[in-house]
Design a protein around this ligand. Structure first.
Ligand code: ATP
Length: 218
């Protein structure tokens, strides 16, 4: 069995777009991840309900990842009844992969700044490393100033300078990895679709075809 790290990218993916896919691709490459799992959420606890039903978000994630051998779509959050906490998801993954396999929770810097609001967030560090995908050229110090105190404490205690250090232990570290941010959000895509504007080249053609044929976000 492989012992290379598994990356976990949660989100509403409402719909999945190239911002998500570049994040998964660049983190997969930079961290030499064995696989990157996209986990579309069921009922997200931290935000308003997604617009598209879970089955459609799942189907779009499958279409978007079909051509990439490293990508997988994990259905568990959609299948679970009740709120989809990352704590439950990572606990299950940890039980499935065993104690030794590194798990890496992938987050955009925006999502990391909200991290201290997550259910049992402290305990998430026992289950996985946290990888913060960060836009280069934006000073990390300035970004660190925006962290709430409890998160800033964890950040300075757990920060590992070498991203590949996540291969050496199963969990507990925080790494910051520079990446090419694309200024794309699902919210903007939904707004453009509602306004009848083109969203071509913001997401894969197969996802766009799916949106059209199921009349989503119109
Ligand atoms: P919405 O606009 O509906 O809030 P979103 O486009 O931000 O959606 P999410 O499903 O909320 O997408 O995001 C899932 C994860 O992907 C988060 O960790 C988020 O930081 C990251 N992410 C979203 N958009 C981008 C992007 N353009 N580049 C890099 N990471 C992104």
């Amino acid at each position: 069995m492989s012992t290379a790290p598994i990356g976990v990218l949660g989100g509403t993916f409402d719909p999945v777009h190239y911002g998500h896919l570049r994040l998964a691709e660049e983190m997969g490459e930079a961290l030499r991840l064995d696989e990157v799992r996209l986990l579309p959420s069921g009922t997200p606890p931290h935000r308003s309900a997604p617009e598209a039903p879970a089955e459609h978000r799942l189907a779009m994630a499958r279409l978007a990842t079909a051509g990439n051998a490293r990508f997988r779509v994990d259905e568990r959050e959609v299948r679970r009844a009740g709120p989809g906490y990352m704590f439950d998801t990572l606990s299950e993954l940890r039980a499935e992969t065993g104690a030794a396999r590194p798990l890496a929770l992938l987050l955009g810097a925006d999502a990391f700044l909200e991290f201290a609001a997550w259910h049992r967030w402290h305990e998430l560090f026992n289950l996985a490393h946290v990888v913060v995908a960060h836009r280069p050229g934006f000073p990390v110090e300035r970004w660190a100033e925006r962290m709430p105190q409890p998160l800033a404490r964890e950040y300075s205690a757990r920060r590992m300078q070498q991203p590949l250090a996540i291969h050496l232990s199963p969990a507990r570290g925080i790494v910051v990895v520079p990446f090419t941010a694309l200024d794309i959000s699902a919210t903007a895509i939904r707004d453009m679709l509602r306004a009848g504007k083109s969203v071509r080249y913001l997401l894969p053609e197969a996802v766009l075809d799916y949106i059209r044929s199921h009349r989503l976000y119109s």
